[in-house]
Design a protein around this ligand. Structure first.
Ligand code: FE2
Length: 279
């Protein structure tokens, strides 16, 4: 489905922006389903908080458990010191993850899309495994920032094979925390790795190359329905959403079954519920 010019651009930049990849109906269906999942959420016990600013506060067990489940994670700023929600739950959720594509029929239909399978093949994935899915809410006023990172830090394979598919479910602008990327940055080193260590889940520095800044970075302001696809080594980030508009997005991460999936990755699927491809 990609033109030669798009393949060349992919190789140069490490990402592609594909407007109108998903129809308005498909996008609306995913938004509605996401809100219904949150609506059906029964809150009890300690609330898991998701924050990339302070990973130590991530409840390791909740994260590990979400590898093959559908769990909601909350904004840090939405919960007080005692773990009580400060805003209604539908405004407090940071994201839902990480097996929406395997557990939820609406998400499965959106994810196992023949067009997406074709795109993955065009980008070099020979035997795709859909490892991880996330619905990111980026709530008005409290939607947290996501620091510069590379997705290969979280889903390491040898050789590197992870590709991220990022679908805008609402218009993404600089005001509501759109993606920022470093064009061409996928040719740089993997700076960090996150995963299982004897001391729990940790982020470890692998390379001192600084994260990009200034003119090396570019905001990707895109309309709802746009797919941004990027190389697992491409540095990307998003700012805090201080606007009154949410910025919902759905991400899907794929690896090649021919590459060796790292045993230290936080996300592991059991033999009785293995990761599958687009079929
Ligand atoms: Fe990412």
């Amino acid at each position: 489905m990609l033109t030669d010019a798009q393949i060349t651009q992919w190789q140069q930049d490490g990402f592609l922006v594909l407007p109108d990849f998903k129809s308005a109906q498909a996008v609306a269906a995913l938004r509605e389903r996401s809100l219904a999942i949150v609506d059906g959420l029964v809150l009890n016990g300690t609330l898991p908080v998701f924050s990339t600013r302070d990973r130590q506060r991530v409840v390791d067990a909740a994260l590990l458990d979400s590898a093959d489940q559908v769990h909601c994670f909350f904004e840090e700023d939405a919960i007080d010191a005692e773990g009580r929600l400060q805003v209604p739950k539908d405004q407090a959720v940071n994201k839902i993850g990480h097996a929406l594509h395997d557990r939820d029929p609406v998400f499965e239909h959106f994810s196992r899309d023949p067009l997406l399978a074709e795109l993955a093949r065009d980008l070099g994935l020979e035997r795709t495994l859909l490892m991880q899915s996330m619905l990111i809410f980026k709530q008005p006023r409290i939607g947290g920032q996501v620091n510069w990172h590379q997705d290969a830090s979280f889903l390491a394979t040898d050789p590197q094979s992870v590709i991220g598919f990022w679908f805008a479910l609402e218009d993404a602008t600089r005001d509501n925390g759109c993606l920022w990327v470093e064009p061409g940055g996928h040719r740089g080193p993997l700076r960090e790795r996150y995963g299982r260590t004897p001391h729990g889940l940790k982020m470890e520095r692998l390379d001192d190359t600084p994260w990009p800044s200034g003119a090396a970075t570019r905001p990707l302001e895109v309309g709802a329905g746009t797919l941004v696809v990027f190389d697992g080594l491409l540095p990307h980030a998003s700012a805090v959403n201080l606007s009154a508009q949410s910025r919902m997005a759905y991400t899907l991460h794929a690896v090649d079954a021919g590459a060796t999936y790292a045993a230290r990755n936080w996300l592991q699927r059991s033999a009785d519920f293995p990761a599958r491809g687009f079929a």
